[in-house]
Write a new protein. Structure first.
Length: 239
């Protein structure tokens, strides 16, 4: 069977064997990140709705799990080609998945909607949340993530801090560093302050791995990644 919303499983650097769920149409997102490996955003929006029907996603997943009963899966992961929290049925889908399997559920999010209580409540149903934070200064945030005009970095940071206090699962905060954008000592020092407030279980520092959406995005120097790792501390890794 050819699946429309189920991706993989793939071998993930962070998650082992990951079976992906894509709950958003291709390139519907709240950001248009310079570094995106899936190219430029075509629909930039903050509208939460059932972009892809929950029952269609669940039907495909049940079919996959029935056929591949003996397949080892470490995580069922919501990510894909857009921002998964834009699907207003995310929490419902997670609840329904937990009725049919004990495989842990992860959500990879750009954090753009985490200031909303309804989104934090839905994310709280997952076993692992991997939010991203590419900048802590508004001007740098706008240059790297090219967000929807109504998104402010202070709201994202505030939402991440609130979520870390409410959530009982694990939070792995991802910071992606680009050469010439967010790799200054000034921004690194701000990252350290904000990370302390968020208090995630892990911090994962990353840079470009594949061709980016915009050619101006360049991989950061590894020495700078290691410098940020040292500043943040022992629960931080370069991946």
């Amino acid at each position: 069977m050819r699946y429309k919303y189920i991706v993989g499983p793939i071998i993930s650097r962070r998650l082992g064997v990951s079976l992906g769920i894509d709950p958003i149409p291709s390139k519907v997102c709240s950001f248009d990140c310079l570094y995106c490996e899936i190219k430029k955003t075509t629909t930039k929006t903050l509208e939460r709705k059932e972009w892809i029907l929950a029952e269609d996603i669940l039907l495909e997943l049940k079919n996959y799990l029935d056929i591949h009963k003996d397949k080892k899966i470490d995580y069922i992961t919501f990510s894909g080609s857009g921002e998964p929290t834009l699907n207003s049925k995310l929490g419902y889908i997670i609840d329904e998945i937990k009725k049919i399997t004990t495989i842990p559920i992860a959500v990879i999010t750009n954090s753009s909607l985490i200031h909303l209580k309804e989104v934090r409540d839905e994310l709280a149903k997952a076993d692992l949340v991997i939010p991203s934070l590419d900048a802590v200064s508004e001007s740098i945030f706008k240059k790297i993530d090219i967000p929807h005009k109504d998104i402010k970095i202070e709201n994202i940071i505030d939402g991440l801090i609130k979520f870390s206090k409410e959530y009982r699962g694990e939070i792995w905060l991802e910071i992606l560093i680009l050469d010439g954008y967010n790799d200054t000592i000034e921004e690194f020092e701000k990252f350290v302050e904000v990370v302390k407030k968020i208090n995630p279980d892990k911090v994962q520092i990353n840079s470009l791995d594949r061709a980016p959406a915009y050619s101006v995005a360049r991989k950061a120097n590894e020495d700078k990644l290691l410098k940020l790792k040292r500043l943040i501390g022992s629960h931080c890794d370069v991946i």
